[in-house]
Design a protein around this ligand. Structure first.
Ligand code: HEC
Length: 148
């Protein structure tokens, strides 16, 4: 009886354990999802900065805050061993040059947080300057660590 109960409780938790296992493919999917969201929101900010669409201060702030939050979620998408697996644009140098990669991630976090603060401040010139600075941190990392 106890055996059966044990087995049942193991069966009940098994799907949860499977779902949370950080296999390389899941980590790759995770980071691509997070960066996909970053790109979605940052792209909308860029459209406002480049005046491709009307400035909407409330929306700008909301999206800048999203990017700042997402920037806190990216690093766990690069565990050891996730350099190979599902199709990924992450270069192997991330794992051989980790301190530099992490520093570039910190730059992104810092500037994204500053962009969210600037957005709340409402000074459009300051916001645009900080947008460019934040975009520079994307490029600095992609140039070194992202294929194509
Ligand atoms: C510290 C490094 C780093 C920073 C900073 C960074 N990225 Fe990336 N980004 C990557 C890597 C590595 C990949 C490739 C992930 C993969 O394919 O496994 C990626 C992928 C992407 C993708 C493609 C996601 C997909 O669908 O596969 C987008 C879009 C993107 N980044 C946008 C941005 C934007 C916008 C910023 C800045 C606001 C940014 N990234 C900052 C490293 C970075």
């Amino acid at each position: 009886m106890i055996r059966r109960l044990l087995l049942l409780s193991m069966l009940a938790t098994a799907p949860i354990l499977v779902a949370s296992a950080a296999t390389p493919d899941r980590a790759i999917g995770y980071r691509q999802d997070v960066f996909g969201l970053v790109g979605w929101n940052f792209g909308a900010l860029g459209d406002m900065v480049r005046e491709k669409r009307a400035w909407d201060a409330a929306e700008f702030t909301r999206r800048a805050e999203r990017v700042a939050q997402l920037s806190q979620m990216t690093d766990e998408g690069f565990p050891p061993g996730s350099d190979k697996g599902a199709t990924t644009d992450a270069k192997a140098e991330i794992w051989t040059n980790r301190a530099d990669f992490d520093a570039k991630m910190d730059d992104f976090r810092r500037e994204a947080a500053a962009l969210a603060s600037a957005a709340k401040g409402g000074d459009q010139a300051a916001i645009k300057a900080q947008f460019a600075k934040t975009g520079g941190t994307c490029k600095a990392c992609h140039d070194e660590y992202k294929a194509d």
